[in-house]
Design a binder for this molecule. Structure first.
Ligand SMILES: [Zn+2]
Length: 105
């Protein structure tokens, strides 16, 4: 798999605002949530801790800070709509299915 990838994600909406991003693991497809500190559409975040600062309002332009850790799947940065995996690939779900080759660190 060649990184970076276009981020595969859907916005999570609440009360008409986009409050987070459900990000798909590029290897097994499972979803992991990142809630925004600054929702699209304004207003308070739906979580007060463990949020990501967001820049960009579309999947093509979105960037999140800090980096994103999906435990047992991958660690990445999301920048300008790309999922930039910056550590050895480690999707335990895909590994258990036997359908990937781990990247050596
Ligand atoms: Zn995975």
């Amino acid at each position: 798999m060649n990184y970076p990838l276009k981020v595969a994600a859907e916005f999570w909406t609440f009360e008409g605002r986009k409050v987070g991003l459900a990000i798909r693991c590029p290897n097994c497809g499972s979803q992991h949530m990142a809630f925004f500190a600054n929702p699209i559409g304004g207003g308070a975040p739906v979580k007060t801790i463990g949020t990501w600062a967001r820049i960009g309002e579309t999947l093509e332009t979105i960037s999140l800070t800090p980096s994103f850790q999906a435990i047992d799947h991958y660690h990445c940065w999301i920048k300008n709509g790309e999922l930039q995996v910056d550590s050895p690939f480690s999707c335990a779900v895909a590994a258990a299915r036997g359908n990937h080759e781990p990247v050596k660190g």
